[in-house]
Design a protein around this ligand. Structure first.
Ligand code: EPZ
Length: 418
């Protein structure tokens, strides 16, 4: 079992280039199914989830390679319409393949993805969205099959601005007959990146980044060369690590405009953050002040993917803060582990009440999911003594060798195979 060992108390310092965004790369790799030919996609991080997506594409008939962030993908021979069950089970983001496979091959079968540590992870909006485009749906023994000779454009209202459902519907609609309008669409930057990728392929999409996205269906798309946007959650994680350790770091290959909510909140705590083009400089001198109330919400609100990391930052701030999690019902699994390190956190009715303490104490803790695991690493950086973080495979799903990233920022962290 791989475990991180962290000697805490050392201010971070140094410079780090942020890698490409997992949550942009995954739908973009799926969208490549929509055209036949050779793609070159750059700044794709080497992560477990990306590895699984490339294995699924290979099983469907594509040829793939991934070297130093560059993915080469030939989708000419894709002919399989059934997403392999075992790989579907390893990564629920495989659901992104429904729209593209249905649009290109006229049929797709997936096993219903389960929930995970952070919540039920429903897919009703994906299913109703594809049905609205004229696909017939058949479900039996846990398998869902969609069929459509040609999808037909339609107006689709999302009862919740689901990121995945917005992306799946976009990818299905690009080859549909007629125009599709997605209302109450998710507005995340990764959706804008997907629009830009698809439009480069010859699609006709407008409005990504707003709550209304319009797609005029076309007959064919072509393969392209593309570079993925930087990962805003990895950027935010390191920003908070610097704030927690009274560090002074520089992050490059960032898009500060994707982190407005986080930057403003952390600046209000007394941390200095300067941005210039893709460069972000973070300087923390003294103990941060608490934040009265944070509510996670769809973009451009405070991102749920930074909630756990922000909670660690506030667990050492001066005063009491409250964080309300509104996106995923099970996303407080890090609280018990933080309490074992001396944090003073009380959870009630979906809100965490955090009373800042002077110090955290290193001990052995367990990662339960991707962002909770990253939060525990941050806690180890700030704690006195040694922290062991177990089950680090969760963290490897979203951070490319996080220990190497942090070593580059001066942290005393190493990966042990115990
Ligand atoms: C994407 O997940 C991200 N994953 C998540 O990042 C992120 O937390 C989430 O968006 C919210 O920003 C990828 O992009 C690969 P949603 P997704 O559909 O698409 C409910 C990480 O840490 N819902 O916006 O699954 C759902 O139950 C991961 O990198 C429905 O009810 O998120 C949840 O409560 C974690 N019906 C809420 O919407 C549906 O059909 C948000 O889900 C779909 C979703």
């Amino acid at each position: 079992m791989e475990t991180f060992t962290i000697e805490g108390g050392k201010p971070l310092s140094g410079s780090l280039r942020v890698h490409g965004a997992k949550n942009a790369a995954l739908p973009i790799l799926a969208a490549a199914v929509l055209a036949e030919g050779q793609f070159h996609i750059y700044d794709v991080p080497h992560l477990k989830d990306i590895e699984v997506m490339l294995r699924i594409l290979t099983e469907l008939g594509a040829t793939t390679s991934h070297h130093e962030g560059a993915v080469s993908l030939d989708t000419s021979s894709i002919s399989i319409t059934h997403v392999p069950d075992d790989l579907m089970g390893q990564m629920r983001s495989s659901i992104f393949l429904m729209g593209p496979l249905l649009a290109r091959l006229g049929e797709v079968t997936i096993s219903r993805p389960g929930g995970c540590a952070i919540g039920e992870r429903r897919i009703d909006l994906h299913l109703s969205g594809l049905s609205s485009l004229g696909a017939s749906i058949h479900e039996s023994e846990g398998y869902i099959t969609f069929r459509a000779d040609r999808l037909i454009g339609n107006n689709i209202f999302l009862t919740f601005p689901s990121v995945g459902a917005t992306e799946n519907i976009m990818m299905a609609a690009v080859l549909a007959k007629g125009t599709t309008k997605i209302l109450n669409a998710a507005r995340e930057p990764e959706i804008v990146d997907l629009q830009n990728f698809l439009n480069a392929m010859g699609a006709r999409i407008r409005g990504a980044g707003s709550d209304t996205i319009e797609i005029d269906g076309v007959d064919r798309l072509r393969p392209v060369t593309y570079r993925v946007i930087p990962d805003r959650i990895v950027t935010g994680t390191h920003l908070l690590a610097a704030g927690l350790t009274n560090g002074h770091i520089e992050l490059t290959n960032t898009m500060p405009e994707h982190l407005t909510a986080l930057i403003q909140l952390v600046q209000s705590c007394g941390v200095e953050i300067n941005t210039h083009h893709d460069i972000m400089e973070i300087k923390a001198h003294n103990r941060s002040r608490a934040i009265e109330r944070i509510i996670t919400s769809p973009y451009p609100g405070f991102p749920t993917d930074l909630q756990a990391q922000m909670m660690v930052f506030l667990s050492k701030a001066e005063g009491t803060s409250v964080i309300k999690e509104t996106v995923f019902e099970g996303r407080f699994k890090h609280v018990n582990e933080l309490a074992r390190m001396g944090a003073s956190i009380y959870v009630d009715l979906g809100s965490a009440f955090i009373r800042g303490v002077d110090h955290l104490q290193g001990t052995t803790v367990e990662a339960t999911d991707l962002r909770a695991g990253a939060a525990l690493v941050l806690a180890g950086l700030a704690a006195e003594g040694t922290t062991y973080v177990e089950q680090v495979h969760h963290i490897d799903r979203g951070y490319e060798r996080i220990e190497r990233q942090l070593q580059q920022l001066g942290a005393n962290i190493s990966r042990l195979d115990l």
